[in-house]
Write a protein of this length. Structure first.
Length: 365
């Protein structure tokens, strides 16, 4: 994939920041981001400011005030038809999932959720940044799901749609946020261990920043292991959360099917909470929470992971501080040099004799 220099990215980001609010305020706009420009259904290698709209209308039907500029400060502007919504299973969902069983220990990428919701995905094992206690990470709409949600509520594995019950509680709700991110963490009860690797044996232990063109994968409850690549970053979009209202979600990354993959679904309902991972480094880049509304191919959305971790005050396993070195055993450790007594000094007689000997040695040499 095409890569861009830091200078190009900085310029394009500055342009995006300057027009974001104005573009989002226009009727029919669903999102604004920075990404690859598309032309006639094909992705180009050009960097562009992208405006996502619910319905893309012919230019002949638009007034001059409704038109978006073709470019801003040399950065092309692209208009994309797309709407986005949550990926949570409805109560009547018939979507089958291979990862809806009860697991002990619990791998990542399997069914989990608050009893009031149907089922989502357990995304990552994280640690409280203050106490270093282990926790589980997923979405607000998977671990909370209601404006009345409160800390201490049980989190089941599997989720209620997949047969979970009170005996399947493996964590209790701790902290959560809805806007500008969709995320929550729950403290483990230690009833069952939670692994830091997926069903496929892939570890999710560190984090890195998402980049355009990055090849990524995710492990989810419904579509299991799927692959895609990042075609958009720095997105801001509005998502309908039902009784919680419409919320603005920021720092969003968009994943699309890889070239040549065809009309495939890289995420579906029940995959919410999955972690997207950079294929090259094995490090996580985003927390999956939504997807494109409509037919395949699927365009998946995730919030950039590091800002989410910061807001929830949690660490990935690899971010935990190293333990202090063990105290030395005094019975096994030799004393330092200054603990040894100094060598004995020669007496006055020995010093005089040494001087006489050196005198005669020098006289006949």
């Amino acid at each position: 994939m095409t890569t861009f220099s830091p200078e190009q990215m900085a310029q394009a980001t500055a342009v995006l920041n300057s027009v974001r609010e104005e573009f989002l305020a226009r009727e029919g706009v669903t999102a604004v981001d920075l990404g690859f420009k598309w032309s006639q259904g094909l992705m180009t290698g050009k960097l562009s400011i992208r405006v996502h709209v619910a319905t893309k209308r012919p230019l002949s039907e638009l007034t001059e005030t409704e038109l978006f500029p073709k470019e801003i400060d040399g950065i092309p502007v692209d208009v994309i038809e797309a709407q986005y919504g949550l990926q949570l299973l409805p109560d009547s969902s018939q979507l089958e999932a291979a990862r809806k069983a009860r697991y002990n220990p619990i791998p990542l990428g399997v069914s989990a959720g608050n009893p009031r919701i149907t089922a989502g995905t357990l995304g990552a094992k994280v640690y409280d940044a203050t106490t270093l206690q282990p926790m589980a990470l997923s979405n607000w709409h998977v671990f909370v799901g209601s404006p009345s949600g409160a800390a201490g509520e049980p989190i089941w594995q599997p989720g209620s749609l997949d047969g979970g019950n009170s005996g399947d509680t493996f964590a209790t709700l701790s902290r959560f946020i809805l806007g500008p991110y969709d995320a929550a963490v729950a403290q483990l009860t230690n009833a069952r261990d939670v692994l830091s690797e997926t069903m496929d044996g892939d570890p999710i232990e560190d984090v890195t920043a998402p980049m355009l063109g990055m090849m990524v994968w995710k492990s989810g409850r419904t579509t299991e292991f799927t692959q895609g690549f990042i075609d958009g970053i720095k997105m801001t979009t509005s998502i309908n959360y039902g009784t919680a209202g419409t919320r603005v979600i920021q720092d969003v990354v968009r994943m699309v099917p890889r070239p040549g993959a065809g009309n495939v679904e890289i995420s579906m309902g029940g995959d919410s909470g999955s972690i997207w991972v950079d294929e090259a480094s094995g490090k996580a880049i985003g927390l999956h929470f939504a997807g494109e509304v409509g037919n395949a191919p699927e365009h998946a959305l995730a919030t950039e992971l590091q800002p989410v971790l910061d807001r929830l005050n949690v660490l990935m396993p690899a971010q935990r501080p190293l333990p202090p070195p063990p105290e030395p055993d005094p019975d096994l450790t030799p004393p330092p040099d200054d603990h040894f007594p100094p060598p004995p000094q020669p007496s006055l007689f020995q010093r005089l004799w040494q001087s006489v000997r050196n005198f005669w040695r020098n006289l006949f040499s």
